[in-house]
Design a protein around this ligand. Structure first.
Ligand SMILES: [Zn+2]
Ligand SMILES: [Zn+2]
Ligand SMILES: [Zn+2]
Length: 166
């Protein structure tokens, strides 16, 4: 589903280079400390998503991958996305088929459910962190002996800005 641009303006969350570098270093440190490697493709894909500050389609990541404008091989990007999603620093928003860098600032990004509020008017998305265990879904899962490690919730509606401007 694509959202037609509306007449309402919304500001994205594009991050500047210093913030991108700071987050990349932090993620790299957490990978290393847990025996994972921050490979060049993982790093580059996360960098693109952090800089964008909004959901990006996989084919746009592939197209933007090369610093000099050359595209990546699709499996390179998909494998990196798979890792970053498992690591909890990137979320896939299924209803708009796009990926977004996690906006959680806490150390334990793995322990939150990603809840996205998607505006069907202007297309903006905002992530609100819901601690795992706070959800009725977690309790229902535990009741049948299931341990949920990742949850993504997608809410569609109208953002505060578009509601105000309506
Ligand atoms: Zn998140
Ligand atoms: Zn709007
Ligand atoms: Zn909106």
């Amino acid at each position: 589903m694509t959202v037609a641009p509306c007449h309402h303006e919304h500001s994205g969350n594009a991050r500047g280079a210093p913030e991108v570098a700071r987050i990349l270093a932090a993620v790299e440190a957490s990978c290393t400390s847990q025996g994972e490697r921050m490979t060049a493709p993982r790093r580059r894909v996360l960098e693109l998503l952090l800089a964008a500050g909004e959901p990006v389609k996989a084919y746009d990541l592939i197209a933007r991958y090369g610093a000099n404008g050359e595209a990546a091989k699709p499996p390179t990007v998909y494998r990196a996305l798979e890792f970053l999603e498992r690591w909890g620093v990137v979320h896939r928003i299924a209803s708009i088929s796009a990926y977004v860098a996690c906006s959680a600032q806490d150390d334990d990004v793995k322990a939150h459910a990603a809840a996205f509020l998607i505006c069907d008017c202007c297309g903006s998305t905002a992530e609100v962190a819901v601690p795992l265990g706070d959800l009725a879904l977690d309790k229902a899962a535990l009741a049948v002996g299931y341990d949920i490690s990742r949850t993504t919730i997608e809410g569609h509606g109208k953002c505060a800005h578009c509601r105000e401007a309506a």
